[in-house]
Design a protein around this ligand. Structure first.
Ligand code: BEZ
Ligand code: FE
Length: 293
């Protein structure tokens, strides 16, 4: 087959990829061709515009290294990460809603004891976080593994300033107690702009968008027999709740970080200055295999 034109090229490519051996590879390839060709037909790019598109993706790739994942930022800011999340995690009564993982999770976070202060001596307003992990019908999940991470009060994560602070901070892994409860101290996080000094930042600017996320604390919670929960809890009242650059906010994930006066905190510690208290009770979804047992 030769001599393709605007009217015949799409069917010719679909025909060519239709021979894929795996049904899923065939389905994905055909959908990619159909949607990509429709996109190009809709925008009718000049040759120069198409080159600029290729250059944008090339710069996006070059921006990626072991500390920066520009393609994840691109997926997040185009709402694709939350679309994939929505497809894979419908809401279920008693199960905590999910949201984006983001690029600042660290696999090997330091294991800490319940009640520890994980702020790593970063400056900020003290924050007590308490909560629990349970099944969708409220039965405590003993020994659940809880990873937490959050920004400092200038909106930077530890991994963005390791040369300045020297070590991981404001992140830890905990083991819930026999009643599924957990607690720790840190500092209250702030809203922050996602890294916007690369191609994704250029795109946001061209689209007339700001790069901000509302203040939040990340949680990743796992326990045998349950689906891993990846989520955040957002600070109620934050001015970016309705315009999160990555579309990650859900009402069920917003909580008051209650400002408490100095004195005895619920965990028995005595504070000589005001502190914030966040409490959140998480619900995990049983895995299909566990449900069938
Ligand atoms: C975060 O919350 O850490 C995050 C999520 C998506 C993009 C950038 C940062
Ligand atoms: Fe974050």
């Amino acid at each position: 087959m030769r001599n393709f034109n605007e009217n015949t090229i799409t069917d010719a490519v679909l025909d060519r990829v239709g021979g894929a051996e795996l049904p899923r590879a065939k389905q994905i390839s055909e959908a990619l061709i159909r949607h990509l060709h429709a996109f190009v037909r809709e925008i009718r790019p000049t040759q120069r515009e198409w080159e600029q598109g290729i250059e944008f993706l090339t710069r996006t790739g070059h921006m990626c290294n072991d500390k920066r994942q520009e393609f994840i930022l691109l997926s997040d800011t185009l709402g694709v990460s939350m679309l994939v999340d929505a497809i894979n995690h419908g809401s279920q009564s008693g199960v905590t809603d999910t949201t984006v993982l983001g690029p600042f999770f660290v696999q090997a976070a330091p294991q800490r004891e319940l009640g520890d202060d994980i702020s790593g001596n970063m400056e900020g307003e003290p924050m007590l976080v308490t909560g629990s992990v349970a099944t969708c019908d409220g039965k405590p999940i003993a020994d659940a593994t809880i990873d937490v991470w959050h920004s400092d009060d200038d909106g930077y994560y530890d991994v963005q300033q390791l040369d300045k602070i020297g070590d991981l901070a404001m992140r830890a892994r905990f083991r819930a107690d026999a009643q599924g409860r957990f607690r720790f101290w840190s500092i209250k996080p702030a809203a922050y702009p996602i890294p916007h000094d690369g191609p994704v930042g250029e795109m946001l600017e061209a689209q007339g968008r700001h790069p901000w996320r509302p203040a939040h604390v990340h949680f990743m919670i796992s326990a045998p027999g349950f689906e891993q929960l990846v989520t955040h809890v957002f600070v109620a009242g934050d001015k970016y709740l309705d315009s999160d650059v990555v579309f990650g906010v859900k009402d069920t994930l917003i909580r008051e970080f209650v400002r408490e006066p100095p004195g005895k905190a619920p965990d028995g510690n005595t504070l000589d200055r005001p502190y914030y208290h966040l409490h959140y009770d998480f619900g995990l979804k049983q895995t299909v295999a566990a449900t069938e047992v």
